[in-house]
Write a protein that binds this ligand. Structure first.
Ligand SMILES: [Mg+2]
Length: 383
């Protein structure tokens, strides 16, 4: 049996050349936690986490490493269930009488699910290496090019309102056939102007999605949607305020012909299930690297397939393309960064990974996720 011998974390952080804004937050650095799982028979798998605070998530990964040490490294479901179960009360939990950590604090759930995710992704990498197969093949997928779109149009203080149009037109000139524009940060009239300028600059044939970072309530969003419908918008992503629920998405979906996308902020498949069941979203965007890992993304992809909802995971194209490739009916696309300056870690961390070229991710036949880490980069930018 292949057993988990050691789990290590490598937090990496690179300051951006210029600070960016989404509608919700300022981004000054690009950060990632690389999770390394070693087995007792010499395999090493790598996972990654996007989340904060880095220090807290790293501490959870290290603590969980002690909990799962000695477990079957190929039994990723058993590992996942063991760690996730720690988030609820159990007999023997008070004082940790059963030898496991006491029920984990409610306030730390985003960091805890992120830590579980990083370990889980690394175990899928181990599994692929143990089998000598890429992850998409473990899932029964074909090696087919996976559509990817480039995300841009972040707000930069002092830049003209429609600078986003030139930026996304550059993505298209570089080969992207689908692009996503950050929206929701300025007044509605200004946002309509940004969308109009961007559609004009990229032409009619390019898919254009809007990422709203939860900027609106239902009525305002319905009004916004009516005004951008003439610009052939492929989806409205995370349109509603963070506290609004599936029932609110149902009301929004009834008020617009533009498909809705959601999922990157959800911590687990139980809440995503309710978004899928309510029928309001047409694209699901769960992020393995933020919460729950690849195992949880796979569960969500199966739920989505049964409901005819497209799978379009958030970020980490080199990992998520393996999932999308295994769902020929509903696997739609993965997200990538059109501009290396926006995500210097994503562009610098790997010596080798699935290649983004001409709006597609091209998977390789290398085992696991097919990635090779650039350890000089990790050492240089260790947080
Ligand atoms: Mg988003």
């Amino acid at each position: 049996m292949t057993r988990i011998a050691q789990i290590k974390v490598h937090p990496v952080s690179v300051p951006l050349k210029r600070a960016l804004w989404t509608a919700h937050e300022r981004i000054k650095t690009a950060s990632l936690i690389l999770v390394e799982v070693r087995t007792d028979d010499g395999l090493t798998g790598y996972g990654q986490i996007h989340g904060s605070p880095l220090k807290d998530i790293c501490a959870w990964v290290e603590r969980f490493g002690e909990v799962v040490k000695g477990m079957d490294a190929l039994a990723h479901v058993a590992v996942w269930e063991k760690l996730f179960a720690l988030t609820s009360p159990r007999p023997g939990g008070i004082g940790g009488r059963d030898g496991l950590p006491p029920p984990l604090p409610r306030a730390s759930r985003p960091q805890i699910t992120a830590a579980i995710g990083g370990i889980d992704i690394a175990l899928w990498d181990v599994k692929g290496k143990a089998a000598g197969l890429p992850v998409y093949r473990l899932l029964g997928g074909e090696n087919r090019p996976v559509l990817t779109y480039g995300t841009g149009g972040y707000y930069v203080e002092g830049e003209p309102l429609t600078a986003c149009a030139d930026e996304l037109a550059r993505f298209v000139a570089n080969g992207y056939r689908a692009v996503k524009l950050k929206t929701g940060g300025e007044s509605m009239s200004e946002e309509i102007e940004r969308v109009r300028a961007t559609r004009g600059a990229i032409g009619a044939d390019i898919l254009l999605m809007l990422d709203m970072n939860a900027a609106y309530g239902v009525h305002d969003c319905a009004g916004f949607a009516r005004r951008v419908e003439p610009f052939a918008i492929h989806w409205l992503e995370e349109p509603l305020h963070w506290y609004l629920q599936p029932a609110d998405y149902v009301r929004l979906a009834a008020a617009t012909s533009i498909p809705l996308a959601h999922g990157e902020r959800e911590l687990h498949h139980y809440s995503v299930r309710d978004f899928l069941d309510c029928g309001a979203i047409r694209y699901v965007q769960f992020d393995s690297t933020r919460h729950g890992g690849f195992t949880e993304s796979l569960r969500i992809a199966h739920l989505a397939a049964q409901r005819g909802v497209y799978v379009a995971p958030h970020h980490a194209p080199e990992l998520h393309a393996h999932l999308v490739a295994a769902f020929p009916d509903v696997g739609f696309a993965v997200e990538s960064h059109g501009d290396p300056q926006r995500e210097p870690v994503s562009f610098g961390l790997y010596k080798e990974r699935a290649e983004v070229r001409g709006s597609y991710v091209h998977l390789s036949d290398k085992p696991g996720f097919g990635i090779e880490i650039d350890w000089d980069f990790v050492a240089k930018h260790r947080a």
